[in-house]
Design a protein around this ligand. Structure first.
Ligand code: MUC
Ligand code: MG
Length: 385
């Protein structure tokens, strides 16, 4: 039995490099809940719990994630064996409903500790272990302005950083949104894949029209066009349209994955560790998808470096990842919370290879951006490429 001695949680707020305009919120910063644990042998584990736009994306807020960990998960963790991650998460699941992002943050820290204890990367502790070292990475164009999005696409194509683009739509009338997407696709042409995310903002009739027009505009994928609970509409739209529908918000773990795969509600799943409740349930989501003939995509909650590294470890274990990933979260932030930023090159993200998550926090930067910091903020912000 390896006891957990210390568990600390804090919120870090980091500005985004530009406003990130989604159907339900415009982000100017990202709020990250960091969990730091230390076991009785002195091994440290780090986890991250991150959502999007306060309470506008889902039922957990940054403040609620911290509260759930401090008040409910921490007392349970103090009774568990840190070396047995699956058993610890099963104990937590028996007493705590929902709260998938809080559970993911804690599970990530436990896996980080377990990997460090065993001297292996987290990816070797999941499923059959790592099958790939690099992951294709999409970029989201969501400035809210067509010309600016095209400029941004040209810049990252030129840097050979991304050639898959996800466009956030759903705020404007369907035909206006499609005109915006079509203009960007025309500019990018065959140099990249263009996909859209509606974040549940269409009803079925709007989705029907939108999917037809987006197919004609040469768009490759439509993510969560309708409400997450409307699986019947998702199944009808999937059956009717050639352009694949990807489930995102509808997927909150293996149970949803099973039901959606069984009703043919989506042809692709966005697998997110946070939404699934951790890397282990996210792996189960992917396994169900593969058994049901559903394609896989590594999704993000726009996590910073810790959550992005954790997601990368999960994605590295998936034998088929036909739609790539969107693990670009750290690049949307003005500053990185990692001492060594994750490595993006040739349109891919390198999966860290050191023990555990294979990352280290930049302690000064984290201390500076902590919400509970008391000292004055005098700090030079480094421009991102
Ligand atoms: C979402 O809904 O997929 C992922 C990329 C991005 O820009 O927003 C997130 C959320
Ligand atoms: Mg989405």
């Amino acid at each position: 039995m390896v006891g957990i001695k210390e568990i600390d949680t804090f919120i870090v707020d980091i500005p985004t490099i530009r406003p990130h305009v989604l159907a339900m919120a415009t982000m100017h910063h990202q709020s990250i809940v960091v969990v730091r644990m230390r076991d009785e042998d002195g091994i440290e584990g780090i986890g991250e719990g991150t959502t999007i736009g306060g309470l506008s994306y889902g039922e957990e807020s940054p403040e609620g994630i911290k509260l759930a960990i401090d008040t409910y998960l921490t007392p349970l963790l103090k009774t568990c064996d840190a070396a047995r991650v699956g058993a610890t998460m099963a104990t937590i699941a028996k007493s705590i409903c929902g709260n998938h992002i809080a559970k993911c943050a804690v599970e990530t820290a436990l896996l980080d500790m377990a990997g460090k204890r065993l001297g292996v990367p987290v990816s070797e502790l999941i499923g059959g272990g790592r099958v790939r070292d690099r992951l294709p990475v999409a970029w989201t164009l969501a400035s809210g302005d067509t010309a600016r999005d095209i400029e941004e696409a040209e810049r990252v194509l030129g840097l050979r950083r991304h050639n898959i683009f996800k466009l956030k739509i759903g705020k404007r009338a369907v035909r206006d949104d499609v005109a915006h997407v079509a203009a960007i696709k025309r500019a990018i042409g065959d140099r990249g894949s263009v996909r859209v995310d509606v974040n549940q903002n269409w009803d079925e009739a709007q989705a029907d029209l939108g999917m037809r027009l987006l197919h004609d505009a040469d768009v490759d994928l439509v993510e969560q066009p309708v409400a997450r609970h409307d699986r019947a509409a998702m199944a009808r739209l999937s059956a009717k349209h050639v352009i694949p529908l990807m489930a995102d918000e509808a997927l909150r773990g293996p149970n949803d994955a099973f039901v959606i795969a069984a009703c043919a509600g989506a042809r692709v799943f966005a697998v997110k560790i946070a939404q699934s409740g951790g890397l282990l349930p996210a792996h189960a989501v992917a396994t169900i998808a593969q058994a049901g003939g559903v394609g896989l995509y590594g999704g993000t909650m726009l996590e910073a470096g810790v959550g992005t590294a954790a997601s990368a470890h999960l994605c590295a274990t998936l034998p088929s990842l036909a739609w790539g990933t969107e693990l670009f979260g750290p690049l949307l932030l003005t500053e990185d919370i990692l001492a060594e930023p994750l490595c993006y090159s040739d349109f891919e993200l390198e999966v860290p290879s050191g023990p555990g998550l294979g990352i280290l926090l930049d302690e000064d930067r984290v201390a500076f951006h902590r919400r509970d910091r008391v000292a004055p903020r005098i700090h030079a912000v480094v421009e991102r490429a």
